[in-house]
Ligand binder design. Structure first.
Ligand code: COA
Length: 261
């Protein structure tokens, strides 16, 4: 199994868990962590054995406090910074993953940390977590997708309010806004995230892949094109062995055994 400097990677029974592992700095993201995340997600995008991914932070205090601010004081040539950022765009690599990605958010989730969570598909937060796009307080704006993904999730007004105030909102408010799908007791966070991952990993792999593709790609399309995509993918699923197995297992009152074909 691949080892990394700044993240812990574990995979078993179709579920991969990525743990940001810089707890001394609330899992702030430095260059080494961006590189590790890029490598990890690039590998997962072509991994057929992992069917669900969970992303979380080490320690009890933070999912991630965002970009490592200590790197902000180094002089930066804008053209090089832009190229560099593009090469280390791990969130772009996340977009290429066919597997559903779950963010298990415990504690602080700020700046690039929230942008990481927004690049995931499903977000579960612990009751004590706080979330915000806090970049404005450092005289910058979110650069990891926050100004694009947040308004698409919760609408223009509330997203812009969060971005221009840098508000650090509690989990319950994030739930009401639709930034997270679930809030769970703090001591249940990892168990709940793993249980959800297990539920998903047990589904037929091809249906899982097409379900994500239809929703994620469909959101980028006009409705008529999205409906066409859904029709095509659901028609393709009529051709799989697993579709027959699903129907037979139901009729024979037993658990299905998916072949993945
Ligand atoms: N980058 C680098 N280091 C960070 C960091 C970040 N984003 N966030 C926290 N740290 C470091 C602190 O400097 C501190 O290091 P030290 O022990 O060497 O002094 C350590 O992590 C613990 O943080 P501290 O601030 O002492 O903990 P706290 O519990 O009082 O507060 C936060 C935690 C997350 C509320 C606070 O650290 C914070 O606001 N961080 C910045 C968040 C942010 O704006 N992120 C967006 C960046 S674009």
């Amino acid at each position: 199994m691949t080892t990394y400097e700044t993240i812990i990677y574990q995979a078993a029974d179709g579920v991969a868990t990525i743990t940001l592992n810089r707890p001394d700095v609330h899992n702030a993201m430095n260059e080494a962590l961006r590189r590790d995340m890029l490598r990890c997600f690039e590998a997962l995008a072509i991994d057929e054995t992992v069917r669900v991914i969970v992303v979380t932070g080490a320690g009890s205090k933070a999912f991630s406090a965002g970009a490592d601010i200590r790197e902000f004081t180094a002089p930066q040539v804008p053209t090089l910074f832009r190229e560099h950022r593009r090469r280390l765009d791990f969130r772009g690599a996340m977009e290429r993953c066919w597997q559903p990605i779950i963010a298990a958010i415990g504690g602080y989730c700020f700046g690039g940390g929230l942008e990481l969570a927004l690049a995931c598909d499903i977000r579960i937060a612990s009751a004590d977590s706080r979330l915000g796009l806090t970049e404005i307080d450092l005289a910058i704006i979110p650069g990891g997708g926050g100004t694009q993904r947040l308004p698409r999730l919760i609408g223009r007004g509330k997203a812009l309010e969060m971005i221009v105030t840098g508000a650090r909102i509690p989990a319950a408010e994030a739930l009401a806004l639709g930034i997270v799908e679930r809030v769970v007791p703090t001591d249940r966070l990892h168990a709940e995230a793993q249980a959800l991952a297990r539920t998903i990993a047990d589904k037929a792999p091809v249906a899982l892949r097409y379900a994500k593709e239809s929703v994620v790609k469909g959101l980028e399309l006009p409705l008529a094109d999205g409906l066409r995509l859904e029709a095509d993918l659901s028609t393709l699923l009529r051709t799989t062995d697993d579709r027959l197995e699903g129907a037979r297992a139901f009729l024979e009152k037993r658990k299905p055994k998916w072949a993945g074909t």
